[in-house]
Design a protein around this ligand. Structure first.
Ligand code: IPE
Ligand code: IPE
Ligand code: MG
Length: 241
């Protein structure tokens, strides 16, 4: 069972609202996605001083392939460009980058970019940045279950957890979704069983350090009970009966 901390160690973010941010400015949606990369850089830089050691972001869902072809190819270009530009800075800041999701359907150029970035940052340890790209929570669970079945491993909560793509880190303590939508949209379905959820009305390109701090303050006021009672958590034995 996770220990209670007032600061989340692992935050997960559904970076939503790029398209609306651009439309409000009569810009193409891709301009919103470019601006979203700037926000991500800012938020990642802000994490270590706030004692966050893992950030998992949702960058492209399994269902985002259903968007217009120009938007999908624009997103692939943004990823490839951001990788070639940003890896040296991640390196300097000690950020370890991992891409979580299916590699199927990605071009050879994008796949190589992901692999090179992962390899270049593999020994960094200040912050773990997991980018969910071509990711869906259902894909994650189904892939893990299929792998266990193929190897004849009994499927239990423990074995399935260990076969999921984020098995190397703890579950997210806090999930932030920007863009004023109150849903998970197939993000980390298994791992968020006991995460605290926080919804921001801000569009992702407008999210900043102050907005992050507001989410962290809200998190600090939550009582994570994991099924227990409040009295059990406070050690109030008189109220046990
Ligand atoms: C999130 O922003 C980024 C991706 C899904 C790639 P959107 O593109 O979904 O922005 P809105 O929700 O249309 O404003
Ligand atoms: C979720 O946002 C996916 C990412 C942020 C990458 P969407 O914009 O795709 O979600 P829906 O379609 O509004 O549920
Ligand atoms: Mg959206």
């Amino acid at each position: 069972m996770a220990e209670q901390h007032s600061v989340p160690r692992h935050i997960a973010i559904v970076m939503d609202g790029n398209g609306r941010w651009a439309s409000k400015r009569f810009l193409p949606r891709i301009a919103g996605h470019n601006k979203g990369v700037e926000t991500l850089k800012r938020i990642v830089s802000a994490c270590p001083s706030r004692k966050i050691d893992t950030v998992t972001v949702f960058a492209f869902s399994s269902e985002n392939w259903n968007r217009p072809v120009e938007e999908v190819s624009g997103l692939m270009d943004i990823l490839a460009m951001a990788l070639s530009r940003e890896v040296p800075k991640l390196q300097r800041d000690g950020v370890r980058l991992r891409f979580i999701g299916s590699r199927e359907g990605l071009s050879a150029r994008v796949k190589k970019g992901l692999e090179d970035a992962e390899a270049a940052t593999a020994s960094n340890s200040v912050l773990s940045l997991n980018v969910c790209f071509n990711y869906g929570g259902r894909w994650d669970i189904a892939t893990a279950a299929a792998r266990l079945a193929a190897s004849g491993t009994p499927i239990t909560e423990e074995s399935l957890s260990q076969a999921l793509s984020l098995a190397f880190c703890s579950d997210p303590d806090l999930v932030i979704r920007t863009g004023h939508e109150m849903r998970l949209s197939n993000f980390l379905l298994w791992q968020t069983a006991y995460s605290e959820l926080y919804f921001s009305e801000l569009l992702w390109p407008d999210f900043d350090e102050a907005a992050l701090d507001a989410a962290l303050l809200d998190y600090a006021s939550r009582e994570r009970r994991f099924g227990k009672t409040s009295d059990q958590l406070s050690g109030n034995s008189a109220a046990k009966a």
